[in-house]
Ligand binder design. Sequence first.
Ligand code: C2O
Ligand code: CU
Ligand code: CU
Length: 538
Amino acid sequence: MREDHDDRSGRARAMTRRQILGIGGALGLMAATGLSASAALSRRPPITGAELRSAVPLPPPFQVPLPIPAVLKPVSTKSGVDHYEITQREASAEILPGVRTPLWTYEGTFPGPTIESRRGRPITVTHRNELPVPTAVHLHGGRTPADSDGYPTDLILPGSWPDATHGAHGAEHGMHDPRAVLTKLTRDYTFPLDQRPTMLWYHDHRMDFTAPAIWRGLAGLHIIRDDAEDSLGLPAGPRELPIAIADRAFAADGGLDYPSVDPTLRERPGVREPYLAGVLGDVILVNGAPWPVHEVDAARYRLRILNASNARHYELEAVTDDGRRLDLVQIGADQGLLATPVTHQLLPLAPAERYDVIVDFSGVPIGSRVRVVNRLGSGRTRDVMAFRVVRNATDDSRIPRTLSNDLPSWHRSDAVRVREFSFRAGQMHGEHGWLIGGLPFDPARSDVTVRLGDVEVWRLVADVHHPVHLHLVGFAVLARGGRPPLPHDAGLKDTISLRPGESAEIITRFDGYRGRYLFHCHNAEHEDMGMMANLEIT
Ligand code: C2O
Ligand code: CU
Ligand code: CU
């Protein structure tokens, strides 16, 4: 613990609130002077969150090899269903060279093992919770029946957890939520995976404690494939790489630093005062390694990028040693392939977003490097990772002009309803919170009820950065700030990055399953501090 009770004093509190609201104030000013807020801010995007400083020496960049998370083997594949088992347990890993870091893991690694599945072939995953706290597993981007969606009060209690009647905080929520389904020690999740192929991720979703649990390591990848995608000729095998980017900070003892009010994560949720807008680390990890390097052929590679950070936004570019920016050819979004590729030089990436991108290293001199740079970072957080081009190679991959033709084309006129939600700072139980439509999350309240099959337009309005995520459905971006969507909004998404002061419109059809789902901000600290709401599909 680096800070004492001072940072909970009224003065610190007032300052922080002023800092947070300061952005809104600036926006008001700009609006008054007729300056477009998004135009002004896009020149110098503000950071939402506060950065922790690591207390151990950090390694130089581009030394550690890029790890590729192991692909999990099913324990059985009987009658068309693949069955997996994952144990959630404490483990330690050498993330920084020579430093042991205790983690909370899926199967002992961070990220957890990758699950690879086929479209339409269901899987079940038995999670066993050997951690000291309750957990809930959510497959982000999955079209999943509600009882397997990892609702934040549907907890797997540790075997040693006190009887629910004694109510430690996490389970208490379950007690106050009549619909919560608590299980002890294990829980089976069923995923039909009847959805477009894409890269999903699974992560913890326990009410009030999601951010610190993900930070400690509870996140892993899930890739869905199908025959149509396999036949496109995209780079594959060793030329397809998962790139899960997450920032962390390290305490003097080598452990991950995180400003929890209650570091046991058993009783009191929340983070200390300066970090209410989001927790940022000063170390950039890719697949769990700090600023790694990966040796590549002079050929095309498919990068399946996930921003697994709690609060940090990135603007990625790929820069050669001689200062050239390589094209980032986007072929897919959160929810699978685009209709046709979109070429970027700079790719914005908000928490929980995924981008499927082709980079061509064939024009890069052998022996030189391509650095992946975060334009929003400063100092050490400007670097993300590097590729070292080590050999010439043949390349028979291609990027077809038509990638997919099964994207839904919803029109505004299809919508039976337009709803509007604000995502803003506010008060929650007398403390700082983050609110949707003026209210903090309450599992017992019904916020939105949608009829199965209905098409709706949602208008989302933000004060600061809020990456807004809907469970169950993919959506299309209709507009931002009354203008057409941005180039990286293409395709089917499940998370939209709202920029400060922005209002955006999305459209979707609520189909798949009936039941209780969620939508929320995926700044994980905002999510834990109330910025989540119930989405009931009937
Ligand atoms: Cu990745 Cu409800 O979230
Ligand atoms: Cu989700
Ligand atoms: Cu938010």
